[in-house]
Design a protein around this ligand. Structure first.
Ligand SMILES: Cc1cc2nc3c(=O)[nH]c(=O)nc-3n(C[C@H](O)[C@H](O)[C@H](O)COP(=O)(O)OP(=O)(O)OC[C@H]3O[C@@H](n4cnc5c(N)ncnc54)[C@H](O)[C@@H]3O)c2cc1C
Length: 478
């Protein structure tokens, strides 16, 4: 069947709004950073689970491969059709969840929201706030990233230190399988030990084993107020002790702990006109957030708690200065500082980028070794590190600001191989939050044992024997 006849069949089943031609979907064929591009015959836009199921059945009948797309904010290229392997002549179809935008139920007694996959993370946050609850997953792309994409990448963000990743938030899922059947796992039970917990396969499945159509997610109690402190570290070696102090000083209060380098602060100050929070300049800063769970006196106490933490950290010479945001404007100023780091870290040039994780207590040792490695392989290059250090998560980028990118481009492959090895030496992972996508699927082979790779491939084959769902993503070639 020709592409145009397939498009007609989709239009007949989903209606005119359910199809976009190739000429209308340029933006969907390049990722957020402009790193990954791909090709597809068009985009289908189902508006319900039944339509997704019917669409998958059409794809089975006409041997079309499917790439599911949410907000296209993923950072490993998984939402962009991969180049087909030789011998695979199947056309690619982008399936967008952009018409599945309903929040279907907010259940305060159960503490859950049931929503369709195309609802954004920010919409879930607003919905929870209206019910005086918290939907905790939160990161810079909140306004565009969707529930389905967040589930499929097991996204994390700034609140993981207190509330965990998406995996800890998903109670139930509805998924359209590769053969068009619908798996209704839309339960809202905190406990269910009735056999394999199948939803875990789709959480972080990156669209390779099913299309997530709906989910039941947890809400948490909403803090009455949150207070943020910004402090300059005496050195990166002080980080581990400071993290331990921030946790123990007031048990349960810590809800975010982010590492920010001076090189990033300088960029954000210059590019976004943000004011420097401190009078002094240091190599490293941390952003620490404490929650007050009740209003009134508790809010006063959280200020006291943060002040006490900063004083104790100063006395122990872990930090050299610190400030607590006193107003909403000061607070959002600090978050701009953190959120915009992602945008500035490439400095417009070529970068070797990592979203890695290592055990939190080894961060300083890792950064020291990684810096030495970078300067040995590419003299003059700059390592730029920031991230959710409370969970051991580092966004690590190597750049050559103000100089020629050519030496870094030439050395990129050698550098990646050596840095990957260093991450594994520290018992870490080369993908903390962003998934494997197209970017890391081959490199991850060095991180996984043969047994683990074999199990991953068997799961894929069991759920998608024809490799119809997101081919060329997540799983390394055999
Ligand atoms: C500025 C910025 C900051 C970020 N910060 C963080 C951060 O702090 N922490 C973090 O974890 N991540 C972060 N991310 C990346 C994060 O992975 C994505 O924002 C988000 O999880 C992807 O959602 P999306 O809807 O855009 O998915 P997409 O990018 O569209 O897709 C991502 C993957 O999920 C699959 N997929 C999408 N929807 C479905 C579905 N319904 N069913 C099955 N598969 C599906 C796609 O095929 C693809 O493989 C950041 C991204 C940006 C741009």
């Amino acid at each position: 069947m020709s592409n145009s006849r397939f498009a007609d069949a989709v239009r007949r089943r989903l209606g005119a709004a359910g199809w976009l031609d190739r000429s209308q979907i340029d933006a969907a064929l390049v990722d957020f950073r402009g790193v990954f591009t791909g090709e597809a015959m068009g985009m289908a836009r189902p508006a319900s689970t039944d339509e997704v199921a019917a669409l998958v059945q059409l794809c089975v009948e006409h041997d079309v491969a499917i790439v599911t797309q949410g907000g296209n904010t993923g950072l490993s290229g998984g939402a962009i059709p991969a180049t087909p392997r030789s011998g695979d002549a199947r056309p690619r179809l982008v399936v967008s969840m952009s018409r599945m935008r309903a929040i279907e139920d907010v259940n305060i007694e159960r503490g859950t929201i049931t929503a369709q996959a195309g609802v954004t993370v920010e919409e879930l946050q607003h919905c929870a706030a209206e019910a005086d609850r918290l939907f905790a997953p939160d990161w810079g792309a909140r306004g565009t990233a969707t529930l389905g994409g967040a589930v499929s990448t097991n996204a994390g963000g700034i609140n993981v230190v207190k509330h965990g990743n998406m995996r800890e938030h998903v109670l139930g899922l509805e998924v359209v399988l590769a053969d068009g059947r619908v798996w209704d796992g839309l339960r809202s039970l905190p406990k269910d030990n009735s056999g394999f917990d199948l939803k875990q396969l789709f959480i972080s499945g990156e669209g390779t084993v099913g299309i997530v159509t709906r989910a039941v997610v947890r809400m948490h109690e909403r803090p009455a107020q949150q207070r943020i402190a910004f402090a300059s570290l005496s050195s990166l070696n002080a980080l581990n002790e400071l993290m331990a102090l921030a946790r123990s000083a007031v048990p349960g209060a810590l809800s975010a702990l982010e590492l920010i380098p001076e090189v990033g602060v300088a960029q954000v100050v210059e590019k976004f006109g943000v004011r420097r929070p401190l009078g002094i300049v240091s190599d490293w800063y941390v952003l620490i957030r404490y929650d007050a769970m009740r209003g009134g006196d508790d809010v006063a106490r959280v200020d006291d708690d943060l002040t006490m933490l900063l004083n104790r950290a100063l006395d122990a010479q872990l930090i050299t200065d610190g400030v607590i945001a006193g107003t909403d404007a000061q607070e959002s100023n600090l978050w701009v500082m953190r959120d915009e780091l992602t945008a500035t870290r490439s400095f417009g040039g070529f970068g070797v980028k990592y979203d890695l994780a290592i055990p939190p207590d080894r961060i300083a040792a890792f950064v020291e070794r990684a810096d030495t490695l970078v300067s040995t392989v590419v003299p003059g290059a700059l390592s730029f590190v920031f991230g959710h250090v409370g969970d051991g998560n580092l966004h690590f980028t190597v750049l050559t600001p103000d100089v020629d990118d050519a030496p870094l481009i030439r050395a990129a492959s050698e550098l990646r191989t050596k840095l990957d090895g260093l991450v594994w030496e520290f018992n870490g992972t080369i993908s903390a939050e962003h998934g494997l996508g197209r970017e890391l699927r081959e490199r991850v082979v060095g991180q996984k044992s043969d047994v683990e790779l074999d199990l991953m491939r068997r799961i894929k084959r069991a759920l998608d024997p024809d490799d119809r769902l997101n081919p060329g993503v997540m799983l390394p070639d055999e």
